[in-house]
Design a protein around this ligand. Structure first.
Ligand code: FAD
Ligand code: NAP
Length: 319
C-alpha cells in the first residue's frame, strides 16, 4: 500500500556523496532519509581495490568502504530506504518525490547525489572482462598496470587525460579512436602527440576484448579499421574505456537546471542549485574530478548548505 513519508532532508543516492551528506545531516539532528537507488553504495561497489581514499594505509575494497560509510551514517541516525525515485515535483516546497515502491516522499530539503555512470561500448566481451583488465577509470585502476601495456578507447578530454595519466605507470600506452581526429582540447592533444610513450591508432573500433588464462585476464583487443575493414589484434594487459560519462539525472531533467549533458548545475563554490532547498553533490554535478573523496567532500558541503538553509528559514519564521 502506498504511503507518505515526511522528512526534513531527503538524500537521493547512497554513494560517497549521499552517505557523507547523511552523516553530517544526521549529526545535525535532521534525521535524513537516504534513498539507495538501484546501486546501494554507488559506483565503488563495482570495483575491488581502492588505494586512494584517505585514511587507509592498506589496500581496501570498494564494497567494504561503502558498507562502513553506510554503517556510520546509520549509527549517527540516518535512515536507509531501498527505493528509486521515479517522479519528482520540485515546483514548490515541500518537495514531492515518488519512489518505485509507490511511497511519496515529502521533503523540506533535497540533496541530489545520484552520481554518474561511465558509458560503455556495449560489447558482451566488455562486460565479461570488467574487473579482469577492462576498466573505465584510469585514476582508480591505472596503478595495477605498472610496467604493462595499456590502451585507452576514446577521443575526448577524458581519454587523452587518461592516456597521459597512464604514462605515470606504463611506457606502452595506445590511444584508440574511431575517427581521424580528436575532440579533446588542443593543449591536451599537443601533450599527447608529444609524449614518447603514447601512440595513437586512428579510425579504429574495438570488436572484442579478448582474455585467457585462469583466472581469466585481458590479453588483447580485436580491432577493426573502420575505413578499410581490415582487422588486427593488439596485445594489452589493461584497457580503459573513456567514451564519456552519463549523469543519473533522467528523472530530474526539466525539474532542476542541468547543463546540456544532464549534469546538475550548482553555484560555484557551493552545492546550491537555483531552486532554494535543492542541493547537489558528487558525480551528478562534477564532470572533472569524479573521485570518491571529492564526492564525499561535496556531500559534506551539501549537508552543511542544507542545514544552514533550514536554520535561516527557522530563524526567519520565529523573528
Ligand atoms: P555514485 O557512487 O555513483 O552513487 C550514486 C547513488 O545514487 C547510487 O547509490 C545510486 O543507486 C543512487 N541513485 C541513482 N539514481 C537514483 C534515483 N533515481 N533514486 C534514488 N537513488 C538513485 N574513485 C576513487 O576515488 N577511487 C577509486 O579507486 C575509484 N575506483 C572506481 C572504480 C570504478 C570501476 C568506478 C566505476 C568508479 C571508481 N571511482 C573511484 C569513482 C567513484 O566511485 C565515484 O567518483 C563516486 O562513487 C561518486 O560518488 P557519488 O556519491 O557522487 O555517486
Ligand atoms: P566526450 O567529450 O563526449 O568524448 C567522448 C569520446 O568518446 C569522443 O571522442 C567520442 O568519439 C568517443 N566515443 C563516444 N562513443 C563512442 C563509441 N560508442 N565508440 C567509440 N568511441 C566513442 O566525453 P569526455 O571526454 O568524457 O568529456 C565529457 C565532458 O567533460 C566534455 O565536456 C569535456 O570537455 C569535459 N571534460 C573536461 C576535462 C578538463 O577540462 N580537463 C576533462 C575531462 C572531461 P567522437 O569524437 O567520434 O564522437
Amino acid at each position: 500500500m502506498s504511503q507518505t513519508v515526511n522528512t526534513r532532508m531527503l538524500i537521493m543516492g547512497s554513494g560517497p556523496a549521499g552517505l557523507s551528506a547523511a552523516i553530517y545531516a544526521a549529526r545535525a539532528g535532521l534525521k535524513p532519509i537516504v534513498l539507495q537507488g538501484l546501486q546501494p553504495g554507488g559506483q565503488l561497489t563495482i570495483t575491488t581495490d581502492v588505494e586512494n581514499y584517505p585514511g587507509f594505509r592498506e589496500v581496501i575494497q570498494g564494497p567494504w568502504l561503502m558498507e562502513e560509510m553506510q554503517a556510520q551514517a546509520e549509527h549517527v541516525g540516518a535512515e536507509m530506504v531501498w527505493d528509486l525515485i521515479s517522479a519528482v515535483d520540485l515546483s514548490e516546497r515541500p518537495f514531492k518525490l515518488t519512489g518505485d515502491s509507490g511511497t511519496l516522499y515529502v521533503a523540506d530539503t533535497l540533496v541530489i547525489a545520484t552520481g554518474a555512470q561511465a558509458k560503455w561500448l556495449g560489447l558482451d566481451s566488455e562486460s565479461h572482462m570488467q574487473g579482469k583488465g577492462v576498466s573505465a577509470c584510469a585514476t582508480c585502476d591505472g596503478f595495477f598496470y605498472r610496467g604493462k601495456k595499456v590502451a585507452v578507447i576514446g577521443g575526448g578530454n577524458t581519454a587523452v587525460e587518461e592516456a597521459l595519466y597512464l604514462t605515470n605507470h606504463s611506457q606502452d600506452v595506445t590511444l584508440i579512436h574511431r575517427r581521424d581526429s580528436l575532440r579533446a582540447e588542443k593543449i591536451l592533444q599537443d601533450r599527447l602527440f608529444a609524449h614518447p610513450h603514447i601512440k595513437v591508432l586512428w579510425n579504429t573500433a574495438i570488436d572484442a576484448f579478448v582474455g585467457s588464462g585462469s583466472p581469466e585476464v585481458l590479453t588483447s583487443l580485436a580491432l577493426r579499421n573502420v575505413q578499410t575493414g581490415e582487422t588486427s589484434s593488439l596485445e594489452v594487459d589493461g584497457a580503459f574505456v573513456a567514451i564519456g560519462h552519463k549523469p543519473a539525472t533522467e528523472v530530474l531533467v526539466g525539474h532542476v537546471p542541468t547543463d546540456s549533458e544532464g549534469y546538475v548545475l550548482v553555484e560555484t563554490g557551493s552545492t546550491r542549485t537555483s531552486i532554494p532547498g535543492v542541493f547537489a553533490a558528487g558525480d551528478v554535478t562534477d564532470k572533472v574530478y569524479r573521485q570518491a573523496v571529492t564526492a564525499a567532500g561535496m556531500g559534506c558541503m551539501a549537508a552543511l548548505d542544507a542545514e544552514r538553509f533550514l536554520a535561516h528559514e527557522d530563524f526567519a519564521a520565529h523573528a
